[in-house]
Write a protein that binds this ligand. Structure first.
Ligand code: 4AZ
Length: 361
């Protein structure tokens, strides 16, 4: 029996139905691409950033390189969270060297090798830069960036899902990975190829022990890594995602933003991430992305609240900015750590690369 078409489908009606469904799919286009899903199938194994390994093309389609244009350099990571918005760390944008000026930056998406822009690689300028109003050193280390043109989603460029706003529950997540172009050894060389490493979420009580980080850790932070060290984020990974799968689903969520740590991959000193669920309301307020209902469905909605303009903002923005669909962005900042000391967040070290295409016309 031919099972290609339902029995009810015949002749002109059938043709019309097929054409109509094609039209609907094409009309919806890229907006139908779900968050947190890869286009490529990855054969996973255990991975080794510090202790990481080269990521496969398309494995982390929400990974962004934030680059400072006049230095032609990758400085920080970021995450695509919608077609218009990126999520990153506030410490990537210090005023001391003018990095709080949105015009200094570009965002690059669909990137694996920092020195090679593939045909699917896109760059965007930053239209709006919003740092958390209470950002201070390691506290509230979170920022959102609106790009100047919508990011078209495709196989190698997609958004990560955002966890439901509220308290972070460690037991809901598995298969966590940190990704970035940061240093591959403490005080070592930066990566040219995007690195990935599987890391374990560490309970708050463990991370708050005196021989770990003690009272420097609070419930707006997530520790991830290993008691014995060896695998961790490092300078240059800041602002990038800690991507975990929501148990019972095949979607990745950006549960954390690479923020700080004492050195890299040291014993009892895991990577510390800003908890995105804890800042969910703040993200919603600043971007207009409605994530409250999104955790289970992996769908996000955006509200259009009028144009926020193209001013670089640091701090308050009571009216959520316009959120049509789309987004993009570039490179990352690096902080040099001294072993035994908590990472100073403002000592940013830039990883220089030549842009493949002429930067920033
Ligand atoms: C940094 O300076 C940095 N080991 C990021 C992550 C970690 C340490 C430092 C975690 O960007």
């Amino acid at each position: 029996m031919n099972t290609d078409f339902p029995a009810a489908c015949s002749g002109a009606l059938c043709l019309c139905t097929i054409l109509l469904s094609h039209f609907i799919i094409l009309a919806n286009g890229e907006s139908q691409i779900a968050c947190g899903k890869r286009a490529v199938t990855i054969r996973t194994s255990q991975s080794r950033i510090v202790g990481g390994r080269d990521a496969v093309e398309g494995a982390w389609p929400w990974q962004v390189s934030l680059q400072v244009t006049n230095k032609r350099a990758h400085v920080c990571g970021a995450t695509v969270i919608s077609q218009w918005w990126l999520l990153s760390a506030a410490h990537c944008f210090p005023s001391t060297n003018g990095f709080n000026n949105k015009n200094q930056w570009r965002a690059v998406m669909g990137l694996r090798d920092l020195s090679i822009h593939a045909k699917w690689t896109i760059t965007r300028k930053i239209a709006v830069l919003i740092l958390h109003e209470q950002y201070n050193d390691i506290q509230n280390d979170i920022a959102v960036l609106k790009v100047d043109r919508a990011i078209g989603f495709a196989d190698y460029i997609r958004a990560a899902c955002l966890p439901k706003p509220g308290k972070f529950h460690i037991e809901k997540w598995n298969h966590c990975h940190v990704t970035g172009w940061g240093l591959m050894e403490q005080n070592g060389a930066p990566a040219r190829i995007l690195q990935e490493a599987a890391v374990k979420l560490i309970p708050l009580e463990t991370c708050q022990q005196v021989n770990w980080y003690g009272s420097r850790i609070n419930d707006k932070m997530i520790c991830a890594g290993f008691a014995g060290g060896g695998i961790d984020a490092c300078q240059g990974d800041s602002g990038g995602p800690l991507s975990c799968q929501l148990k019972g689903t095949d979607r990745f969520y950006v549960v954390g933003v690479v923020s700080w740590g004492q050195g890299c991959a040291q014993r009892f000193k895991p990577g510390v991430y800003t908890s995105t669920s804890t800042y969910g309301d703040w993200i919603e307020q600043k971007t207009g992305i409605l994530i409250s209902q999104s955790e289970d469905s992996g769908v996000e909605f955006e509200i259009d609240n009028g144009d926020a303009g193209t001013e670089s903002l640091t701090g308050k923005q009571s009216v959520p900015p316009t959120v049509p669909n789309g987004l993009v962005k570039p490179i990352s900042l690096v902080r040099r750590n001294t072993p035994g000391r908590a990472t100073p967040l403002l000592n940013l070290i830039i990883i220089s690369y030549h842009f493949y295409i002429s930067c920033c016309s």
